[in-house]
Ligand binder design. Structure first.
Ligand code: PEP
Length: 242
């Protein structure tokens, strides 16, 4: 069986000023000899600075969103081609905050994932159920529906899926190890390509990372709050060490 390379990704959301590049500097030791990938998705304003300043490190950088189109009259938007142009290698699409606050449907997420691939970026496609959907026992159907409708229609595409239960994002609530394992096994059985990386996201911290990352079908983590400070993110990165 092909070994799937672990990916530890940080999503800074709408956080981060120039001074916060210092947090990334402090991660250089933790990432120097990593036998897995470490990615940071800072806000667009500091993304080029991060890419240029840390070009000699092993840390990859990506966007938190992109438009479905390459260019045009879309005020305030950023295209996948623009991200590629400045040296980004990944882009998050369909984060639950985009689905919720910007009303992004799975069809839009799919178009964004396809735009990312066309530009030469690896999309990280987020899916996950709400608290109400879980309480109604619909989590597996919801996630499978989202995956079916959000994945790109591109042969041999390299993309990442992040399972992020909405109720666990930024709340301090983490899905139980059994729930994470069952959902990730369900997703693995559901998708065609068995080498696709499946990340878990939702209040991952240094204290729970090892248990989550040791699950068979968890190939990494998408980390929000705990990726903002080098000390917290380094604990998660170190937990990925095999
Ligand atoms: C996220 O934003 O993708 C996320 C998982 O956030 P947090 O780790 O803060 O729950």
């Amino acid at each position: 069986m092909t070994k799937i390379r672990t990916l530890i990704a940080g999503n800074w959301k709408m956080n981060g000023l120039k001074a916060d590049l210092d947090e990334i500097k402090q991660l250089e030791a933790a990432t120097a000899h990593a036998d897995y990938d470490v990615l940071i998705c800072p806000p667009f304003t500091i993304l080029p600075m991060c890419i240029w300043q840390f070009s000699k490190t092993t840390i990859a950088f990506g966007g938190q969103d992109c438009h479905t189109q390459k260019s045009g009259a879309f005020t305030g938007d950023i295209s996948a081609a623009m991200l590629k142009d400045i040296g980004a290698t990944y882009v998050i699409v369909g984060h639950s905050e985009r689905r919720q606050y910007h009303r992004e449907t799975s069809a839009v997420v799919k178009a964004k994932a396809e735009a990312a691939l066309a530009a030469g970026l690896t999309p990280i496609i987020c899916v996950g159920e709400t608290k109400e959907q879980r309480e109604a026992g619909k989590q597996y159907d919801v996630v499978k529906e989202q995956i079916a409708a959000s994945l790109p229609d591109v042969a041999n595409a390299d993309f990442v899926i992040a399972y992020e239960p909405v109720w666990a994002i930024g709340t301090g609530l983490v899905a139980s190890i059994d729930d994470i394992a069952t959902m990730h096994n369900t997703i693995r059985d559901f998708i065609e390509v068995k080498t696709t990386r499946l990340l878990y996201g939702g209040s991952v911290k240094g204290t729970n990372a090892k248990d989550i990352l040791s699950l068979e079908n968890v190939n990494g983590a998408l980390v929000g709050g705990a990726s903002l400070k080098a000390k917290d993110f380094a604990e998660i990165i170190n937990a990925a060490r095999s």
